[in-house]
Design a protein around this ligand. Structure first.
Ligand code: ADP
Ligand code: MG
Length: 447
C-alpha cells in the first residue's frame, strides 16, 4: 500500500475536479492524513465546523476517491482537534486478556463537572448530566443533549464518564461518536465472518452505559438507524443507561426514523444554549486559571465581547492572545496583544462588511452560485439560501429594503420583508437555522 500522504495527495487531485473550488479551498484543504488502521484512513481537520461541513458536503466523494486510489481503504474518519488529541493519546492496543480489565474508552481528564462553568445558558443541562452521573439507571434515561457547535456537549458526556469511572469503576462505559458506531456497523457487515457481527453486537449491547456523541450524523443512514434502534431497545429493556448528544433537535435531523425520534424523547431532552456575556467571562477566567495564563481583566472582557457564539472559539482566542504575549516576553497579556492576536478574527467594522461579502459567504456555505442566488430559480435548494442572504444583509447592513430587493434581480421590497420575517421565525423555532445563521455571521465578519 502507498504511504497515506501519497494516497491523500492523489485523492486531492481527484477531489479538486469533483467539488467546487470554494469547497475545495474551504473544506478539503483543511484535511490532513493522520493514520491508517484496519481499512480506515484517519484524517484530521482544523475545527469541528470544518469537520461537519466536509462530512455533510463531500463524505461520499471522499470515500469514493480514496477507495478508487487504494482499495484497501474501506472507510475514513475525520477527527476534529479534540478528537485528534484523544486519538493520539489513546493507549496501545492490548491483548484480549488485559482488555477485560481495561476501561472501554478514555475520557478527557480536563472535561469534568468541576471544570464546567454553569450559567443561565447551561444550568438545566448541567443538572441533568450531573443527575445521570450521580444516579445512573434511574429516571433520566435516555438523556438527550442538544445544542450548537462548541457549547459543551462533548464536555458534559466526558464529565459523566469521568465521574462514573471514579464512583463506579466496575461499570462498563462506552463512549463513541456516531461515526465510529456507523463505521463499526459497516465493518461488521462487510466481514464475511458471522463472528464479526456478533462481536459488534457484543461490543455495543454488553455495556452498562452507552454514550453516543454527534448522533445527527445518523441522518440518511438507514441501516445504521435500524441497528441503533435495536441496540437502544436492548439496552433500554435491560435498564442500561443511554446518553446521546446532538447538534440539533431530533426533529431537525434529516430523515430520522420516527421510531428513533420517539425513543430519543422517552427520557429527558435538554438543550444547551449560547452562553451570555457573564458566563463567557467566567469561562475565560476559569480557563486562564487552569492554563496558568496571566491576562489583564480588560483583555478577558474584550474576548468575551467579541466571541459570542462558540466556547471553543472563545478558548482558542484566549490561548492565541496569551501566545502573542509570551512571544513579546510580557508578564501578562495586554490589550495590544489582544488586538494583534485577534486582528484576523475580530469583527470587521460595518464599513468593511458589504452585501457582496455576505452574498459570497452564503454561496460558499450552501455551495450555490451567485447567479442562482440572485436569479430567478425557485427550487427549494436556492430559495432558502436566498432568503437567508436577504435576512443577513438586512440584519448586518444598514441598507434600505428596496436596495436589498435590487441586489436580488430587482425583486420587490415586500419579498425582502417576507424573507426577513420567515427567517426570524425559523431562527426562534429551528436550531438548524440558528446554527446556520450564526455560522454565516461569523464567516462574514472575519477578515
Ligand atoms: P460541543 O461538543 O458542544 O461542540 P465541546 O464540549 O467540545 O462542545 O466544548 C468546546 C470547548 O468548550 C471545550 O474545550 C469545552 O471544555 C469548553 N466548554 C464548553 N462549555 C463550557 C463550560 N460551560 N465551561 C467550561 N468550558 C466549556
Ligand atoms: Mg462535540
Amino acid at each position: 500500500m502507498l504511504k497515506i500522504e501519497e494516497i491523500w495527495q492523489k485523492a486531492c487531485v481527484v477531489l479538486q475536479h469533483e467539488v467546487t473550488a470554494v469547497s475545495y479551498d474551504l473544506w478539503i484543504k483543511s484535511l490532513e492524513p493522520l493514520d491508517y488502521e484496519n481499512g480506515t484512513l484517519y484524517l484530521s481537520t482544523s475545527s469541528e465546523t470544518a469537520k461537519q461541513r466536509v462530512l455533510k458536503l463531500h463524505e461520499q466523494q471522499i470515500r469514493t476517491a480514496l477507495t478508487e486510489i487504494e482499495p484497501e481503504i474501506k472507510d475514513f474518519v475525520v477527527l476534529d482537534p479534540d478528537e485528534k488529541e484523544n486519538y493520539l493519546n489513546k493507549p496501545e492496543e492490548v491483548t484480549e486478556e488485559v482488555n477485560k480489565v481495561t476501561p472501554l474508552c478514555n475520557f478527557n481528564a480536563k472535561y469534568t463537572f468541576d471544570n464546567f462553568v454553569v450559567g443561565n445558558s447551561n444550568r438545566y443541562v448541567y443538572a441533568a448530566a450531573r443527575g445521570v452521573a450521580e444516579h445512573p439507571f434511574d429516571k433520566i434515561n435516555p438523556l438527550f443533549i442538544y445544542g450548537g457547535v462548541g457549547l459543551g456537549k462533548t464536555h458534559l458526556l466526558h464529565a459523566i464518564g469521568n465521574y462514573l469511572m471514579k464512583t463506579n469503576p466496575e461499570l462498563k462505559i462506552l463512549y463513541v461518536t456516531c461515526e465510529k458506531f456507523t463505521h463499526d456497523y459497516v465493518e461488521s457487515l462487510k466481514s464475511s465472518k458471522s463472528q464479526a457481527n456478533s462481536e459488534y453486537r457484543e461490543k455495543y449491547r454488553n455495556v452498562d452505559v452507552l454514550m453516543i456523541d454527534d448522533i445527527q450524523f445518523i441522518s440518511n443512514k438507514t441501516g445504521t438507524q435500524e441497528e441503533f434502534f435495536h441496540t437502544f431497545n436492548d439496552l433500554y429493556q435491560n435498564q442500561k443507561q443511554i446518553i446521546i448528544a446532538s447538534d440539533r433537535h431530533p426533529k431537525e435531523i434529516a430523515s430520522l426514523e420516527e421510531r428513533l425520534r420517539s425513543r430519543f424523547s422517552m427520557g429527558l431532552m435538554q438543550d444547551i444554549q449560547i452562553p451570555d456575556f457573564e458566563t463567557r467571562l467566567a469561562i475565560l477566567q476559569k480557563k486562564a486559571q487552569q492554563e496558568n495564563y496571566s491576562v489583564k481583566h480588560e483583555v478577558i472582557n474584550l474576548i468575551a465581547e467579541r466571541c459570542d457564539t462558540n466556547i471553543r472559539e472563545l478558548e482558542g482566542m484566549l490561548s492565541k492572545v496569551c501566545f502573542y504575549a509570551s512571544l513579546t516576553g510580557k508578564p501578562s497579556a495586554t490589550i495590544e496583544d489582544a488586538n494583534e492576536a485577534l486582528k484576523d478574527v475580530v469583527l470587521t467594522t460595518k464599513q468593511n462588511l458589504t452585501s457582496d461579502r455576505i452574498i459570497d459567504c452564503v454561496c460558499k456555505y450552501f455551495s450555490v452560485t451567485k447567479d442562482d442566488l440572485v436569479g430567478k430559480k425557485r427550487t427549494k435548494e436556492i430559495v432558502e439560501p436566498r432568503q437567508i442572504c436577504m435576512y443577513l444583509i438586512y440584519e448586518m447592513l444598514d441598507l434600505p429594503l428596496v436596495s436589498i430587493g435590487q441586489l436580488f434581480g430587482g425583486r420587490d421590497y415586500t419579498t425582502v420583508i417576507h424573507a426577513r420575517e420567515k427567517i426570524s421565525e425559523m431562527i426562534k423555532e429551528n436550531n438548524r437555522m440558528k446554527v446556520a445563521i450564526n455560522d454565516l455571521k461569523s464567516m462574514a465578519t472575519r477578515t
